[in-house]
Design a protein around this ligand. Structure first.
Ligand SMILES: [Zn+2]
Length: 136
């Protein structure tokens, strides 16, 4: 079983660090305290099997993982395609969207409305043969 930091778990599982912590609290992910190279104890998360999806996420989305997410908590503006996630110095997740914009964090887009999809992200996803959004 591979053990990684909360920050890395967030990137590997493609969920915000806050959700990794929630999953640990809820018992969905197993975390233990391990001594690090510098002798300090810190939390590490046991990486679940491939295809794992948090209950919170799956409940909220009730569908397969979809790369289309909101970039702000108000869920205003456009739904973007998350190209990659990185962690800021304070361990929050910073998404980079396909169109080049960056968000504060990511919030699952539960309903994809055609007019709310970022056009730039859609065009690039088509160009690169990435999964398309299926507006409901
Ligand atoms: Zn976009």
């Amino acid at each position: 079983m591979e053990r990684v930091t909360i920050r890395e778990a967030s990137q590997r599982l493609r969920i915000p660090t806050s959700m990794v912590r929630e999953c640990i609290r809820g018992g969905e992910l197993k975390a233990i305290r391990e001594p690090q190279a510098d002798g300090r104890m810190s939390w590490v998360v046991e990486l679940p099997e491939d295809g794992w999806i948090s209950e919170a996420t799956s409940e909220e989305m009730n569908r397969e993982f979809c790369p289309w997410w909101w970039g702000n908590i108000d869920k205003t503006g456009y739904i973007h395609y998350v190209e990659s996630l990185s962690a800021s110095s304070w361990e929050e997740t910073v998404p980079r969207f396909l169109c080049g914009e960056e968000g504060d964090n990511i919030w699952a887009a539960t309903e994809l409305a055609e007019e709310q999809l970022c056009l730039e992200c859609q065009m690039r996803a088509i160009e690169q043969g990435l999964p398309q959004a299926n507006p409901s």
